[in-house]
Design a protein around this ligand. Structure first.
Ligand code: ADP
Ligand code: MG
Length: 407
């Protein structure tokens, strides 16, 4: 089923999805939403970036009614994720007057206590939620839906006791939705204990780590495009090249074309229709290389590619995983090639830190021919200060690069 209209959503949800600009459901969404809408317990297994939030968000917004107290609780591992999920739920709740609250530690309890008095939906990290529960700040009696998002990560972070205590505080009569990028024995135990005849849904052939090779090259930013061209010489099959901004996509595309590589590009400046058309052609093998930003590549069906090049390292480590997920699928082997300039090191450090099981091998930079690039490469502008340097607290003497820009 490839249409939002066919998966059991009501008109309020369809309208909200339309407003979000999603054209068609992702694989996990089309498989799992019908079960969620029927009120079943589910276990959803799919990789990062596959659109799990919308899947459970629809279930939550469907069940929760205006006023009537706290009816849905979503547990997530970190405060960033809590905020991220909250933002998406707010959009899904379009036209419904729901009170939706983020709860996490590291900030004062007071304002949260006030919010909890009138909230309908809570998205929380387990520790702080339990804290509120113990102090009697939260009433779980009217709860209809409990969501455990990124369950594998919550268990890795040692939240199991807190999670179990929270679950036990919830009414037995409820719908429970569990989402995870991977399902391991601990998750199975948890679901066997607390879910009722759950429907197991697995989506997206995901990356087989044993088939995925990851490497990186250190390179000066003035030679990066030349190194890329050199590496592309040895490319087999289809390749994707990821950049962080639209401008960089344009720059890389122009230079590849100039060097006779058949290239297409997608970025956030194109309409969804245009993007879909381009991807169709790429999937049919009409071009060798697709250059894109993360945002543009989201939610599009792209066939397996044999190489993923990170021309720049994404700011969000999840995007790195998402990019890698375009290769090494369905038993095929794949390669991720990172071209690191100095300004990428912070972002790269985050990837390595967050995903310690990744084995990203450093490669000797080969001898390569320098080309004269067309156009100028525009990276996040270094913010050089004129005049005397104020004490900004950063104080590491390096210019501060920002990677913002249109994606
Ligand atoms: P997950 O929780 O599986 O890691 P998210 O729910 O965070 O993934 O979604 C990843 C990204 O994909 C988000 O930016 C979201 O807005 C976008 N997205 C979700 N569903 C769709 C869709 N059907 N079409 C296009 N983009 C989508
Ligand atoms: Mg998620």
């Amino acid at each position: 089923m490839n249409k939002f209209e066919d998966i059991g959503l009501n008109s309020q949800l369809l309208m909200a999805i339309n407003r979000l600009g999603y054209e068609e459901p992702t694989e996990i969404q089309s498989k799992i939403i019908p079960h969620i809408m029927e009120g079943k317990d589910v276990i959803g297994e799919s990789s990062t970036g596959s659109g799990k939030t919308l899947a459970f968000g629809c279930g939550v917004v469907n069940k929760v009614e205006e006023k009537q107290g706290l009816q849905a609780l979503i547990l997530a591992p970190t405060r960033e994720l809590v905020d991220q999920v909250r933002k998406e739920i707010v959009k899904i709740a379009l036209n419904k007057k729901l009170h939706i609250t983020s709860i996490y530690g590291g900030v004062g309890m007071g304002p949260q206590i006030e919010e909890l008095k009138r909230t309908n939906v809570v998205i929380a990290t387990p520790g702080r939620l339990l804290d509120h529960y113990r102090r009697g700040n939260i009433n779980l009696k009217n709860l209809k839906v409990l969501v455990l998002d990124e369950a594998d990560r919550m268990l890795d972070m040692g939240f199991i006791d807190d999670i179990e205590k929270v679950i036990k505080a919830c009414p037995k009569e409820r719908q429970t939705l569990l989402f995870s990028a991977t399902i391991n024995p601990r998750i199975k135990t948890l679901s066997a204990r607390y879910l009722k005849n759950p429907v197991d849904i697995k989506a997206e052939k995901y990356v087989d780590p044993s088939k995925l090779t990851q490497v990186y090259y250190d390179v000066n930013k003035n030679s990066r495009i030349s190194l890329l061209l050199h590496l592309l010489d040895e490319k087999e099959g289809l390749a994707m090249i990821f950049c962080n901004t639209r401008k960089m996509v344009d720059f890389v595309t122009k230079n590849l074309r100039e060097n006779k590589i058949s290239t297409v590009a997608i970025h956030g400046g194109l309409t969804q229709n245009k993007r879909t058309n381009i991807i169709d052609q790429f999937n049919k093998g009409k071009f060798e290389v697709l250059v894109c930003t993360d945002v543009a590549a989201r939610g599009l069906h792209i066939e397996d590619v044999s190489q993923v090049y990170n021309y720049e390292i994404p700011k969000d480590p999840n995007d790195y995983v998402h990019r890698s997920g375009r290769t090494a699928r369905a038993g095929e082997s794949g390669k991720v090639i990172n071209l690191l300039c100095e300004y990428d090191h912070d972002n790269f450090g985050r990837v390595v830190n967050e995903y310690r099981n990744f084995n990203i091998e450093k490669m000797e930079t080969p001898k390569f021919k320098r080309i004269f690039a067309v156009g100028t490469e525009s990276f996040g502008k270094p913010q050089f200060r004129r005049g005397p340097r104020r004490n900004s607290g950063r104080g590491n003497g390096r210019p501060h690069y920002n990677n913002r820009g249109k994606r």
